[in-house]
Design a protein around this ligand. Structure first.
Ligand SMILES: [Zn+2]
Length: 256
């Protein structure tokens, strides 16, 4: 029997319901028990505890969940690596970390998958208010599932702004990005996800003039401790305008 509440049902071919997680299970298990921010039972900015079983969401059928599994795998790979880097306190220790390359397209689709999942399961707040379950827009679902390149400006942003050091919050957090269209209506257009203190932003709306903000699809992320410099590279399709990248300092003085 096909699962009628699958949020991708307009694409067809739904089968039985899956019991997946808003955030990939492999990531949750590597964290548990872990700190979370952004969940409905927490105040804005508050950190709480969660276990993988508390974060299940039944929002997709098995078929449509399975189509996204390579995105989960890419996010899990990045997450494990960030955790490893963060555990290295000295330049010598950081020097032992291997370099990795992340498939940027898969990772930014994972950000969108999480955004669709938290909307469909009601696991989010906007402006400090809890919302109920909300159908992700057909536009976002099509972006997630259709095998077409995204317009320039849609996708991953890494812009640490003033935060040039690793965050002390070593868990998982997310906040939807929205614009208020009327005093009581918000339009969700992206998500910020913190993986082990590292912030990643997915924006899924574009400026009409085709311009985009700094930090779009960076070619790499650099972590520096003393003389040692480690890169995580991101691969992007040809023609992606990659010109700047964020650098983070790890100097051993961060709190445990
Ligand atoms: Zn389905």
């Amino acid at each position: 029997m096909s699962f009628e509440k699958c949020y991708a049902r307009h694409l067809g071919n739904c089968d039985g319901k899956s019991r997946e997680h808003v955030i990939s299970r492999v990531i949750l298990e590597s964290l548990a028990p872990f700190g979370v921010q952004g969940f409905p039972w927490l105040k804005p900015g508050e950190t709480g505890q969660a276990s993988p079983n508390s974060l299940t969401a039944t929002v997709l059928c098995k078929h449509h969940n399975g189509l996204l599994s390579s995105y989960d795998a890419e996010a899990a790979k990045l997450f494990a690596h960030l955790k490893l880097i963060d555990s290295k306190r000295t330049p010598n220790e950081l020097g032992t970390v291997p370099q990795i390359s992340i498939d940027g397209i898969r990772f930014e689709r994972w950000l969108l998958k999480v955004l669709c999942g938290i909307q469909a399961s009601g696991n989010f707040q906007v402006n400090g208010k809890f919302f109920g379950k909300l159908s992700p827009s057909q536009y976002m679902i099509d972006l997630l599932y259709r095998d077409e390149p995204w317009k320039l400006g849609i996708g991953l942003y890494i812009d640490f702004e003033q935060r040039k050091r690793l965050n002390a919050f070593r868990g998982l957090g997310y906040d939807p990005i929205y614009v208020m269209t009327t005093p009581t209506n918000a339009m969700i257009c992206g998500i910020d996800i913190h993986l082990w203190g590292f912030p990643f932003r997915g924006l899924f709306a574009v400026h009409e003039d085709g311009s985009f903000l700094p930090g779009y699809r960076p070619p790499k992320l650099e972590i520096v401790n003393g003389e040692v410099r480690k890169e995580i590279t991101f691969s992007w399709p040809e023609g992606t305008p990659c010109n700047s990248w964020p650098t983070l300092t790890r100097d051993g003085t961060n709190p445990d």
